[in-house]
Design a protein around this ligand. Sequence first.
Ligand SMILES: [Zn+2]
Length: 110
Amino acid sequence: MGSVDIHREKAIAEFWEGMRDVAAAATRYRDDNLFKALRKIGRAVVLRGVQIPGGGLFVPCPICKSVPGQSCINVPRHPLDGELHPERVELAEKAIAGEVQIPEHEMPTP
Ligand SMILES: [Zn+2]
């Protein structure tokens, strides 16, 4: 059964890799429809039990309100030191650990 799990893990990793590519395109073209599509797809798979990846890109940012797939933006008192706010990375880690639930209305919605 181990090999089945490996295939599943690999498929999930490739899925999120594809999501990152789409997120990069959405950012490049500033395309809100692509961000909406990312939210729909992300929500659908998360509801089916697929875990969000670490890093924070696919959770909404509690600081600057960036949506899943969107890079963080500078906001007063929270200058960016990278692509994402540390609080967002932490939120993703907690969500993965099952310590917090991403509020339904902030998660990808259709
Ligand atoms: Zn942010």
